[in-house]
Design a protein around this ligand. Structure first.
Ligand code: TRP
Length: 459
């Protein structure tokens, strides 16, 4: 039997998992959703979703990974006792690969925008030109492809160095950098004139805006943001040692992820209000990051061009590292699978994943240009990848994970893992089991129905 690596420290394990969670989802969706759907009211709903769904499901994934110390597919194989549940692990590996294929496209864009910001390319661009700047860039067959490959190679280098020397060491350097950048950007942004209106927009509670649909949206967002529903956290947990407190680690990761998401709002909205833009009409997603914000930052710091360059460079670099650590966690799912199932050296396994995902990523990327007329179910290839993985695979897998952990798994296994074989008291176990059995599957079922449009009649 080959010996398997573990994370060398508790902090390393937390930072790696937090690196997976903190990603594009925190920056390009959470702040906008919060601002438009009731400010602090939305944040409260979101935190409830994290408590009721996020933490229990994250703990289940941790439990499954740490119990088996195996890649996701084998982990479910071992625990499923030959039943159909074994397919859940395979679904996780598949979904991870799928997400990585389009995530790396956006990762490439963040690199392009970091270099553009750093070289002052946004300087003097008229406000209404940022849209076409972005369109021209993504439609070009070459540049996005080159950046995507560079992004994948960076991911590759970290993953191929293994757990302690690659992922853990990298997370320990890059996550603190990320926090420092976030704090600096928040400080800079809230000092802008007019920042108060932005903060008010973000925080003022307005419960009248919280409809059923908003709640379902918050659940879906919590899910994506925490990297739940596939193999990422399960794979990372397979490198946890026997003393890692699964409950505490899950809480830490959720807290870090939520704080970064809220802080992202504090970076974005003060600037938006500072230049008098209508925050209710902002796009979420790529339009926000690559069209509205370059303009917002440029205008906000118009009087101090140097600061404009510094601020936007720091911002795009921040998104880049957030995307990179998430991509690393996605890459690791499939790499661990190939290493263990096909008995390849890590280096080769990682290379296969990098090559395949880059190739499919290029196809996704080209769907903004030469391949834009190729439609799958009426969506471009990129949108199709995004839609099917985020809106279908993840909730389905999340629901199944909660049923698997809550109903199928022996309660003894849960108790042993959550209490580290009796080392910890873990009095919360009955509560977690209750949430996994009754609350999570129903709630996620509703999110799923909402995402496929069943509740379109709701407000
Ligand atoms: N959580 C990341 C984000 O906020 C994205 C991500 C990484 C992810 N790994 C995942 C989402 C696994 C779902 C499942 O951008």
């Amino acid at each position: 039997m080959t010996t398997r690596e573990n994370f060398g420290s508790k902090l390393g394990a937390i930072l790696a998992a937090a690196g997976s969670a903190v990603g594009l989802g925190n920056v390009w969706r959470f702040p906008i959703e919060t601002g438009q759907h009731g400010g602090a009211a939305f944040i409260i709903i979101y935190i409830i979703c994290i408590l009721l769904l996020g933490i229990p499901i994250m703990m289940s994934e941790f439990l499954i990974g740490r119990r088996t110390h195996s890649n996701t597919a084998r982990a479910y194989d071992q625990l499923s006792g030959g039943t159909c549940w074994k397919w859940l692990g395979r679904l996780g590996v598949f979904t991870g690969t799928f997400i990585l294929c389009y995530y790396c496209v956006v990762g490439g864009w963040t690199l392009q925008y970091t270099t553009m910001a750093a070289t002052g390319a946004f300087d003097g661009v008229p406000a209404n030109e940022f849209g076409s700047l972005f369109q021209t860039f993504v439609a070009n067959p070459w540049m996005p492809t080159v950046w995507l490959i560079i992004f994948m190679l960076m991911t590759h280098i970290v993953v191929s160095r293994g757990i302690q020397h690659g992922i853990e060491r990298f997370s320990k350097i890059i996550m603190p950098t990320l926090f420092i950048l976030v704090v600096l950007l928040v400080v800079c942004s809230v000092c802008l004139p007019g920042a108060g209106a932005g903060i008010e927009f973000l925080l003022k509670p307005d419960f009248s805006k919280v409809t059923g649909k908003v709640i379902l949206g918050a659940m879906g967002q919590a899910f994506y943001s925490l990297s739940l529903g596939m193999g990422c956290l399960c794979t990372y947990a397979s490198y946890f040692n026997h003393h890692t407190n699964l409950g505490r680690t899950a809480v830490n990761v959720c807290v870090i992820d939520t704080i970064v998401a809220i802080m992202a709002g504090f970076i974005i909205f003060p600037s938006v209000f500072n230049i008098g833009m209508d925050a209710n009409n902002l796009d979420a997603g790529a339009g926000l990051l690559f069209v509205s914000l370059p303009n917002v930052f440029q205008k906000s710091f118009e009087a101090l061009p140097f600061l404009a360059i510094l601020f936007s460079t720091a911002f795009y670099f921040l998104i880049f590292i957030a995307a990179l650590t998430s991509a690393i966690s996605l890459h690791e799912v499939t790499t661990a699978f190939i290493v263990e199932e096909m008995k390849l050296k890590r280096r080769w396994a990682a290379l296969i994943v990098t090559a395949v995902c880059s190739a499919v990523g290029v196809v996704c990327s080209l769907s903004f240009g030469p391949l834009k007329d190729v439609l799958i179910f009426g969506m471009s290839i990129f949108d199709f990848f995004d839609y099917i993985s985020g809106n279908i695979f993840l909730p389905v897998a999340g629901m199944l994970i909660s049923i698997f952990a809550g109903w199928y798994l022996d309660r003894r296994i849960l108790t042993e893992e959550f209490s580290n074989n009796g080392e910890l008291r873990a009095k919360y176990i009955p509560l977690i089991v209750f949430l996994l059995r009754y609350i999570a599957p129903v709630a996620i079922g509703l999110v799923l129905l909402n995402q496929v449009g069943v509740f379109s009649f709701l407000a």
